[in-house]
Unconditional design. Structure first.
Length: 232
């Protein structure tokens, strides 16, 4: 894990990471800006993928094929599905799947990708452990969970859909990119972890101004990453 790819979702988060890089070289590929340099003494590429699974898949394959990274980290925001998780808490991907993959008409279970050996993609245990340890050390004001991240090209807002994602897939949080990175990482045999800051409570029992949440989420994520890098 001597060459790390960080794919960010929030422009402000990516900008703060780039500011802390040494001798970062910018290269634009497929409309995405890749910054290759040193981050906290580790060779790193930082990039903002754009929204959705197609953007994420393209971005990840570029990191695999052109930059040949040896580890992948995806950061961003997700909606809460697991009731105990509070706004601002962090979820790390034990595993991930695409909840909108639906080939049930051909006899496949929901979420199963036809003709693929794997449809559930597991995060790297060492990266998960280091991320969890780092978060607990530097973000004592929030909780960190390890669970399933479910991804789809859908913004999840209805209680009915949230209930389905919990009952069908046992999802901890829902977002729009992580499982695409995970599938490409699996195909290229690259260890990965997804890091998600939770933007809303599953039961709507609490809320936060989004601008306040975003600022907090970026702070927590960058603290986590910096502490995690010291352990890799």
């Amino acid at each position: 894990m001597d060459y790390i790819g960080i794919i960010g979702a929030m422009p402000e988060e990516v900008a703060q990471l780039i500011e802390q890089m040494e001798k970062a070289k910018k290269t634009t590929i497929a409309g995405m800006d890749f910054y290759d340099g040193k981050l906290w003494n580790k060779r790193t590429v930082v990039v903002k993928s754009g929204i959705g699974k197609v953007n994420m898949a393209a971005c990840t394959q570029i990191l695999a094929s052109i930059y040949k990274v040896t580890a992948l980290i995806n950061t961003g925001v997700a909606g809460g599905l697991y009731a105990p998780i509070n706004i601002g808490d962090i979820v790390l991907s034990d595993d991930t799947l695409q909840h909108d993959m639906d080939a049930t008409g051909f006899g496949y279970a929901p979420g199963v990708i036809p003709q693929m050996e794997q449809s559930i993609f597991h995060g790297d245990k060492d990266l998960i452990a280091k991320a969890k340890e780092a978060c607990e050390e530097v973000n004592p004001d929030i909780s960190v969970y390890v669970g399933r991240v479910v991804s789809g090209d859908q913004f999840i807002s209805s209680d009915e859909k949230k209930a389905f994602l919990v009952e069908q897939f046992d999802g901890y949080c829902a977002e729009m990119e992580g499982a695409a990175m995970a599938q490409i990482a699996y195909l290229n045999d690259i260890p990965f972890v997804i890091i998600r800051a939770i933007s809303d409570k599953a039961d709507h029992s609490a809320s936060m101004n989004y601008n306040d949440f975003e600022e907090q989420a970026i702070t927590h994520t960058i603290r986590l990453l910096k502490a995690m890098f010291s352990k890799i």
